[in-house]
Design a binder for this molecule. Structure first.
Ligand code: GDP
Length: 556
């Protein structure tokens, strides 16, 4: 067993037989039992026989699984509800069939909270009387005063979508958790393909903000916006200790929450208890963040008990939120499943490598060395022999003759150079074990593009494909990699983000599969202390030391 499989709590393949139409030649494939990482104990292991056999089927037909996933698996342990129209979103109920790692089990509390929240989204979402009333209220310029607010009145959180796809996914997931914690309806800004890449997560309603939303230009809200919460706090327009005059005045109709990289200390008051009380009286909030602000929510006293009940495993927050919210639409799902069937399904082992490079690193021998040593030293891939003339030892040749199935590596990158080098290395030289490793890269888009639908679809499909692998190598600080690791339930090995003119240190296994909150608050509002040292389950990230991330174990 390799070091990596041991680390993942994995088991070696059991021999057996199956056939596949993925290749013209029939090949022998063993049934697979994966025991994935997890603590032994209450929430511990969730064992799944994920792929027992593969036979023919259409692209959208998971009957190609000999033993289709059970209803329990299909619904991800109750995270998803049955009853959605399957044709409009094939991925929703098929995704479990494409993962060997069944993932963590959601807590019962999370499952019931999700069902209650779905009711709220349906009761208050676009097209309802409650939504129309709230829009009228917004136009009036004031939130209803506490005394006037009807028990039926709904409150809303609008999440602005901007920057790269990984940023947008983390922002929407964060907004959703905040909406759940505060009983607000989440409405997502549909721009930047958010309405095109993802299926609707809530049955019987939409999470997309309707085009006739009256706050014209809300996507341009920024530091200058008069209704910015941090600004209103700084100017003392809003005060938690507002006194009688403030208490008598109705709260503003909306506030803009600015949590971009250049947020001020006043904006960061968002993560304080008394500010959360103040915010609760404002009917509409519009939030801008490109970050995973969830670790910051763990700093708010008022949320802590609920968060602990929702997520007894603190390192699985995005894992659950991501699998609940983000289902690729049918076109994207076609990209995922065609690649998966052609390049990954047959493999003995699947390895994902995300190489996120900037223009000065497009062909960096140094980064290539780091990738090679990371994958070989950590036992993720077999070592290659030193020179091209060397033959593998007799034992390795014998195991190759026995028909050991190849491992498959999916590399994602904007450039093809790293893929070409790795593929060449494993073709031109034998491995010490005699094992064959097949490399492939779904696309190389050359540069990051904005507003290009085909580009966005590929990015989403590639994040998703990385999440279907058995082991994952990501690039530090990349939200693209964070999404893949969280969806896959994979704690990655992280390639350092090289400094310009610097050297690349070795890769490192991450503390948890949670994304890092890059621009986290430093203090918990009362103590001006380092939150990464004093709040349980919140630690500084390896890849971004100023950032914060959730970990399950407290001793990190
Ligand atoms: P981050 O910048 O690494 O945090 O990730 P983002 O996803 O937020 O933004 C990077 C964007 O660049 C992606 O959304 C894609 O548009 C593009 N991109 C970066 N790396 C890749 C890749 O490996 N494959 C594809 N298809 N697109 C990529």
């Amino acid at each position: 067993m390799t070091k990596a499989l041991q680390a993942a709590g994995g088991k070696p393949w059991r021999p057996g037989k199956m056939s596949t139409v993925l290749v013209a030649v029939l090949m022998t494939m063993p049934p697979l039992v994966v025991i994935f990482s997890g603590r032994i104990g209450d929430q511990a292991m969730w064992i799944k026989t994920a792929v027992d056999g593969i036979r023919g089927g259409t692209d959208d037909d998971v009957s190609f699984m000999k033993h289709p996933t059970t209803s329990h698996d299909k619904l991800l342990g109750g995270l998803l509800v049955d009853g959605f129209d399957q044709e409009s979103c094939h991925s929703r109920y098929q995704s479990a069939a494409y993962r060997r790692n069944a993932g963590r089990r959601p807590s019962e509390h999370l499952v019931s909270k999700l069902r209650r929240h779905e009711d709220l989204q349906r009761r208050c979402g676009p097209g309802t009387a409650a939504y129309s009333a709230a829009v009228e209220q917004l136009k009036s310029g004031k939130s209803p005063a506490a005394a006037e607010a009807s028990p039926e009145a709904c409150r809303y959180l609008v999440s602005i979508s901007y920057r790269g796809l990984g940023n947008r996914i983390l922002a929407a997931a964060s907004a959703f958790l905040y909406a759940m914690l505060t009983d607000r309806v989440l409405l997502v800004d549909p721009s930047n393909e958010m309405g095109e890449l993802f299926c609707e997560p809530f049955a019987g309603t939409t999470w997309l903000l309707p085009p006739e939303f009256p706050l014209v230009g809300y996507q341009g809200f920024y530091l200058h916006t008069a209704e910015r919460y941090g600004k209103m706090r700084e100017d003392r327009v809003l005060r938690p200790d507002g006194g009688e005059a403030a208490a008598a005045a109705p709260p503003p109709a909306f506030a803009y929450i600015h949590l971009d990289y250049n947020q001020t200390d006043y904006d960061k008051l968002f993560f304080c208890d008394e500010d959360q009380r103040l915010l609760s009286s404002i009917q509409w909030l519009v939030m801008r963040t490109d970050s995973y602000i969830v670790p910051g929510l763990f700093l708010v006293d008022a949320f802590q008990d609920e968060l602990a009940a929702l997520f007894p495993e603190r390192d699985a927050v995005f894992h659950h939120l991501g699998r609940y919210l983000f289902h690729p639409t049918n076109h994207v799902w076609g990209l995922v499943t065609r690649y998966y069937r052609g390049h990954l399904a047959w493999a003995r082992r699947r390895v994902g490598i995300q190489v996120r490079v900037s223009s000065w690193e497009w062909e960096s021998p140094e980064i290539l060395r780091t990738i090679t040593s990371c994958t070989q030293d950590e036992g993720l891939l077999p070592r290659v022999l030193d020179d091209t003339d060397q033959e593998p030892p007799a034992t390795a040749a014998a195991s190759a003759r026995r028909g050991l199935r190849p491992s498959a590596v999916v590399i994602t990158s904007l450039k093809s150079w790293y893929y070409e080098k790795m593929k060449g290395m494993y073709w031109e030289r034998a491995t010490e074990s005699g094992e064959v490793v097949v490399f492939d890269q779904p696309s190389h888009e050359e540069q990051q593009m904005y507003g290009v639908r085909a580009h966005e679809r590929k990015a989403w499909a590639e994040m998703y494909l990385l999440s279907t692998t058995d082991v994952l190598v990501t690039t530090g600080k990349s939200t693209f990699g964070y999404v893949a690791q969280g969806l896959g339930g994979l704690t990655p090995w992280v390639l350092p983000r090289r400094e310009v003119n610097g050297t690349a240190p070795p890769c490192r296994r991450d503390m948890s599969m949670e994304p890092c909150f890059h621009v986290a608050p430093l203090y918990d509002c009362k103590r001006w202390e380092d939150a990464g040292k004093i709040v349980p389950h919140v630690r500084h990230c390896h890849d971004m030391p100023a950032g914060l991330k959730l970990v399950d174990r407290t001793e990190w």
